[in-house]
Design a protein around this ligand. Structure first.
Ligand code: NAP
Length: 282
């Protein structure tokens, strides 16, 4: 019997996950279909009941359900608890178990780019849901210092406890004229862009949260956003001599970690990257 893995989100039509997850399942000859389920918030309980039905292996969870799902599964692990959100659910013995593979996705994307997280000074632009996984990843990776800059300062302050004692976290307004942000950008070896600015086909697709002048030569500039063309953030970073890294690597690596959890098999990363890049450029 063909089994099902779901992507639960709203909207989901634009997602690359069905493309590269199905390619991976097919490459390994696993009889399963990865299906996008478009689930508006009020319908989440219905989707969860579907997850409990006969042929489902598990699910990815995306915006806007990552936090709500945490409180609705039967079990979640310590990592999901620390992030405060889940993106992966697996069904075992009729029970739903959840974790968060975005953290691994961040660390693997940075490692692929040759970035050294341990001991690094990092700037994180944005303080939304994705930023929570970034802070936990930086803490687990051993970063020394983090500046979180966000339009809404209160939301940046909300991320400080996620750093724990191991990493010094300060907050700054997301204002290119702000002295603390300018200094942090100058001193950082890694800058991570997690606002929704630059997202293709949106009103802010042409915008970067920081101008070219704030980047420093040699630093890694990692944008969680990805698209067919480099985002404005990545174009400014490259023009300033920084190393641009787009969000596709994070997307594929979080998916690969989920794939291992669902199937117990090693994820075919080449197949997944090939399918994701192919879908992006189609
Ligand atoms: P979110 O929770 O909605 O947070 C949005 C963030 O963007 C907040 O920090 C928000 O600031 C900021 N923002 C929005 N509009 C802004 C504007 N006009 N000016 C300045 N800041 C603005 O979203 P999320 O879930 O964190 O996702 C953020 C981005 O990361 C999305 O584009 C998403 O596609 C991407 N992402 C990529 C991956 C991947 O695997 N590569 C994974 C997850 C997310 P305020 O707090 O002030 O509103």
């Amino acid at each position: 019997m063909t089994r099902t893995i779901a992507l639960i989100g709203h909207p989901v039509a634009h997602s690359l996950s069905p493309r590269f997850q199905q390619a991976a399942l097919d490459a390994l000859g696993i009889d399963a279909r990865y299906e996008a389920w478009d689930v508006p918030a009020p319908d989440l309980p219905i989707a969860i009941e579907r997850l409990r039905s006969g042929s489902v292996i598990g699910a990815n969870v995306t915006v806007p359900h990552k936090v709500a799902m945490l409180g609705r599964v039967d079990h979640h692990d310590a990592l999901a608890e620390r992030v405060g959100a889940v993106n992966t659910v697996v069904r075992r013995d009729g029970q739903l178990h959840a974790t968060n593979t975005d953290v691994a996705g961040v660390l693997r994307a940075l490692a692929d780019a040759g970035a050294t997280v341990r001991g690094a000074r990092v700037v994180l632009l944005g303080a939304g849901g994705a930023a929570r996984a970034v802070v936990v990843a930086l803490r687990d990776g051993g970063a020394a210092h983090l500046t979180v800059a966000n339009r809404t300062l209160e939301r940046a302050r909300g991320l400080v406890p996620l750093g724990g004692d191991a990493i010094a976290v300060e907050v700054a307004p997301l204002d290119p004229a702000d002295a603390a942000l300018r200094r942090a950008m100058r001193e950082a070896s890694i800058v991570i862009q997690s606002t929704s600015l630059g997202l293709p086909h949106t009103a802010t697709a042409g915008l970067s949260p920081v101008p070219r002048a704030l980047f420093a030569r040699g630093q890694v500039a990692f944008d969680l956003v990805y698209g067919r063309e480099p985002t404005p953030f990545l174009r400014y970073a490259e023009a300033a001599g920084a190393q641009p890294v787009d969000g596709l690597a994070m997307l594929v690596h979080q998916g690969a970690a989920s794939f291992r959890i669902w199937t117990g098999a090693e994820a075919p990363l080449d197949v997944m990257f090939g399918a994701a890049r192919g879908a992006l450029s189609a």
